[in-house]
Structures are given as C-alpha cells and as structure tokens.
Design a protein around this ligand. Sequence first.
Ligand code: CMP
Length: 166
Amino acid sequence: MELIGRMLDGSIAYDPQGGLEPSSSGLRQDDKMDRLEEVPLFQGCSRRQLRHVARIAETFDAPTGMTLARTGEPGNQFFLILDGSARVDVSPQKQRHLHPGDFFGEMSLLDGEPRSATVVAETAMRVLVISRRNFATLLGEVPGLTQNLLVTLSKRVRQAEAALER
Ligand code: CMP
C-alpha cells in the first residue's frame, strides 16, 4: 500500500524522516474551501458540497522527487495539487506535467486497476488527498463531479491518441 494511504488509515505513524509530511501550515477549513473553489474539477459545487470535500480531504506536503503513485501498484488515493508540480511518467518516452488545480490518481479509484503511471513530485508540493472510500461517497453525493472528471479523462485519451499518431 502506498505510504500516504498507510498514514491516512493510521497503519503507520507519521515519520519525519520519511519525506511525506502532514501540511505544516495546517490549512484551515475556510482556506481549503477557498482553494477548492478555484479548482475546475469542483466548478458547480455548492458551498455545502465544498465544505464536505474540505472535511474529507487531508493536506500533505511532498518533497521534490517523492513518488506519489507507482505504475502497477494498487492505488487507493485521489490527489489534487494545491501547490507545486508533478511529472507523470506514462512510459519511458511519454511524460506529462501536472500543476496546481490538476489532479491524479482517479483512474485506479474508478476502475480498481493498478496505477497506470508513475507520478513524481517535480518540485516541493502540497496536495489534498482523498481516500478511496471517501472518493466513492463524494461521487455519489456530487453528481457534477463525475461529469468534470469525465471531461479531464476525455482530454487525456485524446492527448494519448494524438501522441500515438505522431
Ligand atoms: P492512476 O492510474 O490511478 O495513477 C496514475 C495517474 O497518472 C492516473 O491515475 C492519472 O491520474 C495520471 N495519468 C495517467 N495517464 C495520464 C496522462 N496521459 N496524462 C495525464 N495524467 C495521466
């Protein structure tokens, strides 16, 4: 299981040498909501729905170089980038870059398959992490979210197909 998952479910304690840190500035609920409001994924959500998201999402700081998801491994978390950037290693030849407001980790949560790519922190990052169980509940409670997720997934498929044709 991924490091963050084990921290979220309490099966390992936070290890200051381990690299991943619960966000030191401890974003307040209101600050989290302000950040979430700016994210395209959550466009159309009511304040009440955003409050729910802010409650279930944990904030973590990841240092440069940290692997947040690894190809072929089981994945149980959804990540939303608040600060910093990540590199997605789709294959040795194909990399993508994700920035604040982008998300990753949704594929394994949606289809139950292992991680499709490796995701590495390209800079120091702050991420919001939502566990599998909370993610499923959220999709049930906020129907617009599925639609917004599908828009991004469609874009990723188009990009992948365009890259194959090149
Ligand atoms: P998941 O498969 O759970 O874990 C790896 C993540 O990398 C994947 O979810 C997506 O969020 C992301 N990912 C995979 N392929 C691409 C791509 N072509 N472009 C951007 N992100 C991707």
